[in-house]
Design a protein around this ligand. Structure first.
Ligand SMILES: NC(=O)c1ccc[n+]([C@@H]2O[C@H](COP(=O)([O-])OP(=O)(O)OC[C@H]3O[C@@H](n4cnc5c(N)ncnc54)[C@H](OP(=O)(O)O)[C@@H]3O)[C@@H](O)[C@H]2O)c1
Length: 323
């Protein structure tokens, strides 16, 4: 089978990496935003019916966590209603829907890694809308894989890695939240794991359609855990060791030197964000390993790789040592 793959969100952190990797598997149709705005149900139907994909990879989302609290209607249109429609259309054409969700479906009260069987209880609009999207997909009857991930960053886009590097060129002292625990996950590793999983599924599919029995929700994050404060310190450590001519690093610093000398831990209360975030959102990846045979590497290893090479173009194709 050489599938037609519809990819949404190709300008995003994850979508950009998937747009580089998925053409190995089949013909990729990745519409521009003006061709497919996920707030417009008619556009979703038209694109799905014209493309007639065998696989839909939905890497698009409304990911601005603070803004989602102020505009839950738009967040809901993109994160809940659009996945629902994609799933219904996928079911009609017999396609597999691959979708991404978030650690923020949980409230953060647990102190050991969340399992897929743990009860979600989102505490902000982003988490609520993403959970609604998941539920709509699970209820649609379409073949689907939902990968919940966390703290996504890349060497492009809007993310914590690039924010810290920019702030470090502007301030001598950075104050970073130290009481939220999670697993920073590089978009490249996520895209590569997704591509490996799809490669296996496509290789096993003898007909033109993916089995409608293929259904599952999996946690897919880097292994290990850290806080935003420790993550910020690790970023600055790696930046101080890295080759300063790395194009993405130079662009993140806007060609200015890093002047930050101190990183200080603060509490979530001191940070004074109006949006609540889970204090603990580490996800167990055991099911992914047991069922699909994949483990992503440790968060620190993923970060180091960003600083040691152009992550998207020079990395080896197999990153899963435990396989
Ligand atoms: N970022 C994180 O920390 C994080 C954490 C956990 C889970 N996730 C999940 O991981 C997945 C990928 O996230 P990401 O970080 O790669 O996202 P991202 O970098 O914010 O990219 C989002 C993508 O969605 C597109 N998009 C947004 N609104 C749209 C609309 N109305 N119509 C069409 N496209 C639209 C954006 O297009 P434009 O460029 O045109 O705006 C962009 O291509 C998402 O499902 C997200 O919920 C992310």
């Amino acid at each position: 089978m050489k599938p037609t793959i519809l990819l949404t969100g190709k300008t995003g952190q994850l979508g950009c990496e998937l747009n580089r990797l998925l053409p190995r598997l089949g013909e990729v149709i990745a519409p521009e935003r003006n061709e497919l705005d996920l707030r417009e149900p008619e556009k979703i139907r038209d694109v799905m019916r014209n493309a007639k994909p065998q696989v839909v990879v939905n890497a698009a989302a409304y990911t601005a966590v603070d803004a989602a609290d102020a505009d839950e209607a738009t967040a809901s249109a993109v994160n809940a209603e659009a996945p629902r429609l994609l799933a219904l259309e996928a079911k009609n054409v017999g396609a597999l829907l691959v979708h991404f969700s978030t650690d923020y479906v949980f409230d953060g009260a647990k102190r050991s890694p969340y399992l897929e069987t743990d009860r979600p209880n989102p505490i902000n609009s982003y988490g609520r809308t993403k959970l609604s999207g998941e539920e709509a997909i699970r209820n649609s009857g379409a073949a689907h894989l939902i990968f919940r991930t966390s703290w996504v960053y890349a060497t492009h886009g809007r993310n914590f890695l690039l924010t810290i590097l920019r702030l470090a060129t502007e301030r001598e002292e950075l104050k970073i939240v130290d009481d939220q625990v999670g697993a920073p996950t590089c978009a490249f590793d996520l895209a590569q794991a997704t591509t490996e999983i799809l490669t296996g599924i496509i290789a096993k599919t003898k007909s033109d359609f993916i089995s409608p029995e293929l259904k599952g929700t999996y946690h897919m994050t880097a292994t290990g855990q850290t806080t935003w404060y420790e993550f910020a310190k690790a970023i600055l450590e790696e930046a101080s060791r890295a080759h300063q001519d790395l194009p993405w690093l130079s662009s993140a610093r806007n060609a200015r030197p890093i002047i930050a000398r101190r990183v200080l831990p603060i509490s979530t209360d001191e940070f004074r964000s109006p949006t609540r975030r889970p204090a603990y959102s580490v996800l167990s990846n055991a099911l992914l390993m047991e069922t699909l045979g994949l483990t992503l590497s440790n968060w620190r290893t993923q970060l180091q790789r960003c600083f040691s090479a152009e992550v998207s173009s020079r990395l080896p194709t197999t990153l899963f040592p435990s396989r």
